[in-house]
Design a protein around this ligand. Structure first.
Ligand code: ZN
Length: 197
């Protein structure tokens, strides 16, 4: 049995995604062995990130500023919006260095089973952007799961009256995740995007 404070730390770490009991123990013991300064730096980084990081008010990507760095960057192509489910997809697409436009993070996929309907996602602000700004192309880049497909079709229909809509050509299997696609696959998927109809 671990002494209560250590047990508590293990319990908290185990709540993190991908961290099982063994990993939680290993991490907790590692943290205990390190200096007070290291432990404080870790605790402080968690608190700082939690307090300071919110969502960009324009694209809903994670940002410590009201408007994120991508939206603020004047050298990005302002007339293209790539729609993704999650901030981690922005990170994956940015790694390819292929995409120069802007993003819109809807914050999940439509999933009635989990009580997530369109109104729980940032879809309305996307329609606003597309109808009010000079947008020449909306690229739909949502993971190709059943829910992802439903979400893609839903958004495509709403956006189509305003602008050209394309969807990325996944070389990924159904259920494949943008996050785990390698950069070349993702770059190809982006390059081979096709018209939404
Ligand atoms: Zn932004």
């Amino acid at each position: 049995m671990f002494t209560p404070p250590l047990a508590k730390l293990i319990e908290q770490l185990q709540k993190l995604p991908g961290i099982g009991p063994k990993n939680a123990q290993r991490l907790a013991l590692h943290i205990i062995k390190r200096s007070d300064k290291d432990a404080e730096a870790l605790a402080q980084a968690i608190l700082d990130a939690k307090r300071r990081v919110g969502l960009c008010q324009k694209c809903f990507h994670l940002s410590a500023d009201p408007v994120c760095e991508i939206c603020r960057n004047p050298s990005r192509v302002q007339s293209t919006i790539c729609v993704v489910a999650d901030s981690k997809d922005v990170i994956a697409l940015e790694k390819t260095r292929e995409y120069q436009g802007l993003y819109h993070v809807i914050g999940g996929v439509i999933s009635p089973m989990d009580g997530i309907g369109p109104e729980q996602l940032h879809i309305q602000p996307l329609i606003q952007r597309v109808s009010q700004e000079k947008i020449e192309e909306v690229i739909l880049a949502i993971n190709p799961s059943v829910e992802g497909e439903t979400t893609t079709l839903y958004i495509g229909q709403l956006v189509k009256p305003f602008t050209k809509v394309t969807r990325i050509a996944f070389g990924l299997p159904m259920g494949g995740d943008l996050e785990y696609a390698d950069e070349i696959t993702l770059a190809r998927a982006l390059e081979g995007r096709r018209d939404f109809d």
